[in-house]
Design a protein around this ligand. Structure first.
Ligand code: COA
Length: 571
């Protein structure tokens, strides 16, 4: 039997090379033309603690990391202990034995392959190559293309020198030999793709960096924070090559301030952070709204509050993203679903920021940040890019001129005849401080008036399914991919279920929510946060009364969880 998808979970201790081994399988599967979707979770420590990499590979389109695994590769006793309840009959256990730190009681019906990972690596005098012994065994057992893996190993360790490359290739070959010496009792294997496609494998963080470059990013400033740092690392590799500037600022307040300053100077500017950093930026977000300065702020959400769960997944910054500032401060908030979205929605974030002269917050999350997925080879020319409305040099320059669409032409500082002040103080059309009641009301109406058009300007939220449904599921962020599969499974079982997948969360397209709700008997909003943050906004801004399904254990939903919840509700 060859299943359409194969899910392999590699688990062990941080520092044992779990992530490297998983990435290598991902690359090899993608090169073989398969769709891949990965999920990683690791501790906040650099070394030690439980690390896990789940890889799903299929010849069909994938939207999430799947439910549980078909194959568990356990590097140590802790990894086995944390996962053994999921070892159902028919699943596979590959584990470090003899010579490992545990000897499992193999549950009935589980196919078990003991591979002496630690001992073999030690015998080869390459203790770090334990992961390569495991990789070799997995490659042999599940038909993961050997030649691709050898290429990926050589490329990965090239910068560490030829000795390291050769040692790892030897350990890999040894792992294959050890597995080949065993009798294969299970029938799992990766599918062989029908055709090779023009694709790349990218993480969500890198895709956001790429999206920013496609949008025309000129200036990037950020302070490092997990899980957002990789965006800066990606941008740092590419932005200077085309004359842009990247600064690692002393903190998040400095980084957003520099971004607002660069944008005032006429540049497309962005920062990326996570929840704690976004909290620090709230004052300057108000300044950007007040001074009508375009900027893009990426928030790669992680478990909170406070320092919280720095390396874990959560969707709990929606309240902060929408309302985090004093006074009435508006902004646009978008949320990405997938790696593909991380490119496209980042471009859209810039377009909206430039067009409406507002801060745009782009919400990603910990699961998507590190998830690697196969996406079509990006074509920068296929994205539409929007530039800010610039002053034509005619007449008196009024930076905050009241116009029909509430958008005032901008002039770069230094433009002859366009001297102006961009201030956080309330101001008149010229930018001069003015605190009269009539002026403040008129200017707030101008600034918020712009945002009204965003709802019709932005593509309508996708509706997954037609006609009337017993139950509608509204999902946002990376939970959308999970809900897509759950909706499909439920429909395959004859349930009348639909999905609604908004990417624009502020201003909330309330009319679209209402229209969707009108076609559904009941509504469910699954979210990875404690308070049901989107459900709160939907209840506040529409007549709908969705039920919340919230989890906040640092892990994303699985399709099975949604399916079970829906069945419970419809029982
Ligand atoms: N031979 C030689 N080197 C090897 C190897 C092998 N067989 N296998 C892995 N390595 C190297 C990797 O190249 C990597 O080195 P590099 O960073 O120089 O590239 C290193 O060993 C770690 O391996 P990797 O596979 O990337 O990770 P891991 O599975 O061992 O897990 C992490 C380590 C990722 C969990 C941990 O290092 C980490 O970063 N934790 C998160 C820290 C954090 O963000 N905290 C939050 C603070 S608020």
């Amino acid at each position: 039997m060859t299943k359409h998808d194969l899910i392999i979970r590699i688990a062990g201790e941080g520092g044992e090379g779990i992530i490297s081994a998983g990435d290598m399988i991902t690359q090899a599967c993608a090169r073989a033309g398969l769709d891949v979707y990965t999920f990683k979770t690791f501790p906040a420590e650099i070394k030690g603690g439980y690390a896990m990499y789940q890889l799903r590979a299929s010849s069909e389109r994938l939207y999430n990391q799947g439910d549980s695994f078909d194959v568990l590769c356990a590097f140590n006793g802790e990894a086995y202990d944390l996962n053994h309840t999921r070892l159902q009959p028919g699943t596979v256990l590959v584990y470090d034995s003899p010579g490992g730190d545990f000897e499992p009681d193999i549950p009935e019906g589980v196919h078990a392959y003991p591979i002496p990972m630690t001992a073999t690596a030690k015998d080869l005098k390459s203790p770090r190559a334990k992961n390569m012994v495991a990789l070799g065994a997995l490659s042999q057992l599940f038909d993961i293309p050997e030649a691709s893996l050898r290429e990926v190993i050589a490329a990965k360790f090239a910068r560490k020198g030829d000795t390291v490359v050769q040692a790892n290739l030897t350990a890999f070959a040894q792992g294959r030999a050890l597995a080949a010496a065993q009798t294969k009792t299970d029938a799992y294997a990766v599918e062989h793709a029908k055709e090779k496609r023009d694709v790349v494998v990218m993480s969500g963080n890198h895709a956001i960096g790429l999206g920013a470059l496609i949008a025309g990013l000129d200036f990037y400033s950020a302070y490092p924070i997990t899980p957002a740092t990789e965006i800066a690392q990606y941008v740092a590799r590419h932005l200077p090559k085309r004359g842009g500037t990247l600064i690692q600022a002393e903190d998040e307040i400095a980084s957003i301030s520099q971004v607002v300053g660069a944008s005032y100077a006429g540049k497309k500017a962005m920062t990326a952070t996570s929840g704690p950093g976004l909290s620090l930026m709230s004052e300057m977000l108000g300044m950007a709204f007040m001074s009508e300065t375009p900027c893009v702020v990426v928030d790669v959400q992680r478990g909170g509050p406070s320092t919280g769960l720095p390396t874990k997944h959560e969707q709990s910054d929606l309240f902060l993203a929408v309302h985090g500032s004093h006074g009435d401060a508006g902004r646009i908030v978008l949320a990405v679903e997938s790696v593909q979205d991380c490119i496209g929605l980042t471009v859209q974030a810039f377009n909206l920021a430039e067009k409406y002269q507002v801060p745009v917050l782009l919400l990603s999350d910990g699961s998507l940040a590190f998830s690697t997925q196969t996406i079509p080879y990006p074509d920068p020319d296929s994205y539409q890019k929007v530039e800010r409305k610039r002053w034509d040099g005619e007449g008196e320059y009024k930076r905050y001129a009241q116009t029909e669409d509430h958008i005032s032409p901008m002039a770069d500082p230094g433009t002859h005849g366009a001297t102006h002040i961009a201030t956080g103080l309330e101001h008149n059309e010229l930018g001069m401080p003015n605190y009269t009641p009539a002026n403040h009301e008129a200017m707030q109406a101008k600034r918020f008036g712009k945002l009204k058009d965003v709802v019709t300007d932005f593509p309508a939220a996708e509706i997954d399914g037609d006609g009337e449904a017993e139950l509608g599921i509204i999902a946002w962020g990376s939970s959308i991919g999970v809900v897509r599969e759950a909706v499909q499974r439920l429909r395959d079982e004859g349930r009348k279920v639909k999905g609604f997948y908004p990417k624009l969360l502020c201003p909330l397209p309330a009319g679209q929510f209402e229209a969707f709700g009108a076609t559904c008997g009941r509504l469910l909003i699954p979210e990875v946060n404690y308070q049901g943050q989107l459900a709160h906004f939907v209840r506040a801004e529409t007549s709908l009364r969705p039920e919340s399904y919230t989890v906040c254990g640092g892990l994303p939903f699985t399709p099975g969880m949604i399916v079970r919840k829906v069945k419970e509700m419809l029982a």
